[in-house]
Design a protein around this ligand. Structure first.
Ligand code: ZN
Length: 224
């Protein structure tokens, strides 16, 4: 099983089961080195940590992308629920979209209370594709992103019966656009709970769901 988004280098996280694989995103210069321990890592600047980053760090990021072979740019994006300078968020995110375009890499996007702004920016970079991880937008936004070639990632939030909107979106989403993940949850093996839950929503077998989600991750991230 492929976990499309797991911060395995965070201290509180327990390791993955032997037979599963994870895409490990970074959050900024503080863990660009650590994530490189994992076979499938991504390099980027998360909106939560952008305040400690400068133009020099963006240059360093480009250098690392050129020479260390990440499978994606990320985690990057916009978070308008946090009190972080919006202009700086937009600037750093757009710089990373430019890197994605230049180096032909997918992006791993964090979008909280900013899905519309993310869509607007992505429209400027039609060649860029990727994953909106921990999707939290509307059904209309989900359809727009899917039509733009993006994949939507769902995590443990889907288990919450109160997440009615999210559950409906996952239920209606084409299997070809779906990814599963655990993000920063303690036990990355909870991935199976996410898979079982979505399979039940879609009334398909969990094997079928896993197979398709694995294929999606392989295709998007060019996994070998
Ligand atoms: Zn994350």
């Amino acid at each position: 099983m492929i976990n499309s988004h797991a911060h395995l280098d965070f201290n509180h996280i327990h390791t993955l089961a032997e037979n599963s694989v994870a895409i490990v995103p970074s959050v900024g210069k503080q863990n660009w080195q650590q994530v490189q321990m994992y076979p499938y890592f991504a390099l980027g600047i998360h909106p939560w940590s952008l305040e400690s980053h400068t133009q020099q760090d963006l240059d360093a990021l480009e250098y690392l992308i050129k020479c260390s072979n990440p499978i994606a740019i990320g985690e990057c994006g916009l978070d308008f629920a946090k009190d972080i300078d919006k202009n700086k968020q937009l600037y750093i995110f757009e710089c990373q979209l430019q890197l994605a375009e230049t180096y032909k890499l997918p992006v791993i996007i964090h979008a909280v209370k900013a899905t519309e702004e993310v869509i607007l920016l992505l429209k400027k970079y039609p060649k860029v594709t990727g994953e909106i991880h921990g999707f939290s937008g509307s059904e209309v936004q989900a359809n727009t992103l899917v039509n733009m070639g993006f994949y939507l990632g769902f995590g443990l939030q889907i288990l919450n019966n109160k997440s009615l909107r999210l559950r409906k979106i996952a239920q209606n989403l084409a299997l070809e656009s779906l990814l599963i993940e655990t993000d920063d949850h303690v036990n990355p093996n909870d991935l199976i709970l996410v898979a079982e839950n979505i399979a039940q929503l879609k009334q398909i077998s969990v094997e079928n769901l896993n197979k398709q989600c694995d294929n999606n991750a392989i295709l998007l991230f060019g996994l070998q």
